[in-house]
Design a protein around this ligand. Structure first.
Ligand code: HEC
Length: 436
C-alpha cells in the first residue's frame, strides 16, 4: 500500500475505532512498540503533522520512513526531536513513528554495501574476487562484464544513515534550499513531482523530482544554484555537498522502502556519484568538505556500482588510489571499460588509467587484457566521433604503454605488450571519423 494512503487509512482507523496508536499496532508485530521506553504514549496523528512540519525539511521522505527503518530507539527520537519541538510533540512523533510501515534494520546498516560486507583490504578484495592476488590470465571481456560491482565486497565502507559525530552519512546537515524546488527546467519544476511522489511513491515522480533538482542545483543561470562549477568561483562546496546529499536520500529511501537492490534509474544513481564529485572539487577550494577523500570515494563508488557503464573518468580511481587501494582502482577501470558503449572513446582512456593504477604484479595481465579488448573493439568496426578523438585515443594508448613498461621487469612482457599496442595504433589509423 502506498504510504500516504496507509497513513490516511490509519487516521481513519484511529478516528473510527477510538483506539490508541499503541493498541492499534499491537496486532502487527513489525509495528509493535519497541520496549526501550514503553511509557511514551503520544498522539500519532499529531506526530505525523509535526514530523512533516519540523523534520521533513531534512528527513526528505517526509513520512519518517528513515527513522522507523533504521530503528532508532524512542529515547533517541525524543532526544533528537526536542532540538526542534517541545517534549509533548516529541512523544507524538514517537507514537507516529511506531505506526510507520518499515521492517526495522540496524542503525549501523550501510545501505547498498557491495556484497553486504566489507573486504579487509586491497589484497583481500582481490583474493575474494579472483581467488589469488592477481588478474586472472584467462579472464574474458564477457566474464568481466558479467561481474556485478554490487556483488563484489570492497574495502571502502559505504555511508551509514545517521552519524552524529562526522559527515560520513547520508543525512544532510541542512534543509534543502526550497528555491531549488521552483527552478524551471525543460521538465517543469521539482516541487509538483515531489508533492506527487510523497503522495504516491511512484518511481516516475521520483525520477522527475530528482532530475529537476539536479538541474536546478547546477544551472548557470540559477543564482541560487550551489553547484555551478563553471565558472568555478560560483561553486559553494558545503552547500553543494549538503544539497546533493539531500537529493540522494530520496532515491535511497525509495529503494529501501521497496527492498529494491538493483539499479532503478541512472538519473538517481548519478546523483549519488555527484555527492562524491562535490567532495572532490571542494579539495580545490579553501572550503574543504570534512572527510573529503572518504566521501569522494564512497559516493562515487555508490553511483558507479549501480551504473557500471557510466562515468568514463579517472576520478573514482584517483580516490581509490589515494586511499591505498590500487587493485580496486584497476578493477574499476577495467570493469568500466568492458561496459562502454560501442562507439565510445572511453575504453582507450580506461586502458591508460589501468596502466596508471595497476600494481606492478598485475600490470602485464591487466594491460594485455585491456589492449586485447581495444583490438577486439577496433576489429568489430567501431567509429569515433572525430579526428581529435582518434588522436587522443592514440596518445592514451602510447602513454599507457610507457607507464606500464616502467612497472615491468621482464623484457618479453614489454615486447608482448608492444605488439598489441601496434595493433591498436594500426586500427586507430584506419578509422574514419564519424563526423567532421
Ligand atoms: C536541519 C536538519 C534536520 C531537521 C530539521 C531534523 N533533523 Fe533529524 N537528523 C538530521 C541529521 C543531519 C541527522 C544525522 C545525524 C547528525 O548529523 O547529527 C539526523 C538524525 C536524526 C536521528 C538519528 C539520530 C542518531 O542517533 O543517529 C533521529 C532520530 C532524528 N534525526 C529525528 C528527527 C526528528 C524527530 C526531527 C523533527 C522533530 C528531526 N530529526 C529534524 C537533520 C535534521
Amino acid at each position: 500500500m502506498k504510504a500516504r494512503l496507509a497513513s490516511r487509512f490509519l487516521t481513519y482507523l484511529f478516528a473510527t475505532a477510538g483506539l490508541t496508536v499503541v493498541a492499534a499496532c499491537n496486532s502487527d508485530s513489525t509495528l509493535a512498540p519497541r520496549d526501550d521506553s514503553p511509557q511514551i504514549s503520544g498522539n500519532a496523528i499529531a506526530g505525523l503533522d509535526a514530523f512533516e512540519r519540523e523534520c521533513a525539511s531534512c528527513h526528505s521522505a517526509r513520512d519518517a520512513f528513515d527513522i522507523a527503518f533504521f530503528a532508532f530507539p524512542d529515547t533517541t527520537i525524543v532526544r533528537r526531536a526536542v532540538a526542534h519541538v517541545d517534549t509533548a510533540t516529541a512523544h507524538d512523533i514517537v507514537a507516529y513513528v511506531r505506526t510507520v510501515r518499515a521492517l526495522p534494520t540496524s542503525r549501523d546498516f550501510r545501505p547498498f554495501q557491495p556484497g553486504g560486507t566489507r573486504a579487509a583490504g586491497d589484497a583481500n578484495f582481490a583474493t575474494q574476487l579472483f581467488v589469488a592476488d592477481r588478474w586472472p590470465t584467462d579472464m574474458t571481456a564477457e566474464q568481466l562484464a558479467a561481474i556485478d560491482p554490487l556483488d563484489v565486497p570492497i574495502a571502502v565502507e559505504f555511508p551509514r544513515w545517521s552519524v552524529e559525530f562526522d559527515n560520513i552519512d547520508w543525512m544532510p546537515d541542512k534543509p534543502l534550499d526550497e528555491r531549488l524546488l521552483d527552478y524551471p527546467t525543460p521538465y517543469g519544476t521539482a516541487r509538483p513531482f515531489l508533492e506527487s511522489y510523497h503522495a504516491t511513491h511512484a518511481e516516475n515522480d521520483l525520477v522527475f523530482a530528482v532530475l529537476n533538482l539536479r538541474i536546478a542545483e547546477r544551472a548557470v543561470d540559477n543564482p541560487d544554484a550551489p553547484c555551478v562549477m563553471e565558472p568555478f568561483d560560483r561553486f559553494r562546496p558545503t552547500e553543494c555537498f549538503e544539497t546533493r546529499r539531500w537529493i540522494s536520500t530520496l532515491a535511497a529511501q525509495h529503494m529501501l522502502r521497496y527492498g529494491q537492490r538493483d539499479a532503478v534509474n541512472a538519473i538517481l544513481h548519478d546523483g549519488w556519484w555527484d555527492v562524491g564529485n562535490a567532495a572532490r572539487r571542494s579539495l580545490q577550494t579553501p572550503e574543504e568538505v570534512d572527510n573529503a577523500l572518504e566521501n569522494w570515494a564512497q559516493w562515487m563508488y555508490l553511483g558507479w556500482a549501480f551504473e557500471p557503464d557510466r562515468h568514463a573518468s579517472v576520478y573514482l580511481s584517483l580516490a581509490l588510489e589515494a586511499l591505498g587501494l590500487p587493485r580496486h582502482a584497476t578493477f574499476h577501470s577495467l570493469r568500466a571499460m568492458v561496459a562502454r558503449a560501442e562507439n565510445s572513446q572511453a575504453p582507450f582512456m580506461d586502458v591508460r588509467n589501468t596502466a596508471r593504477f595497476s600494481p606492478p604484479h598485475w600490470t602485464f595481465e591487466t594491460m594485455k587484457f585491456g589492449l586485447e579488448h581495444l583490438v577486439d573493439r577496433l576489429h568489430s568496426g567501431i567509429s569515433l566521433r572525430n579526428q581529435e578523438q582518434i588522436d587522443e585515443s592514440r596518445e592514451a594508448v602510447l602513454a599507457a604503454y610507457v607507464q606500464a613498461s616502467r612497472k615491468l621487469t621482464v623484457q618479453a612482457e614489454r615486447t608482448d605488450l608492444l605488439v598489441l599496442v601496434n595493433e591498436v595504433i594500426d586500427g586507430l589509423d584506419q578509422l574514419v571519423p564519424a563526423g567532421p
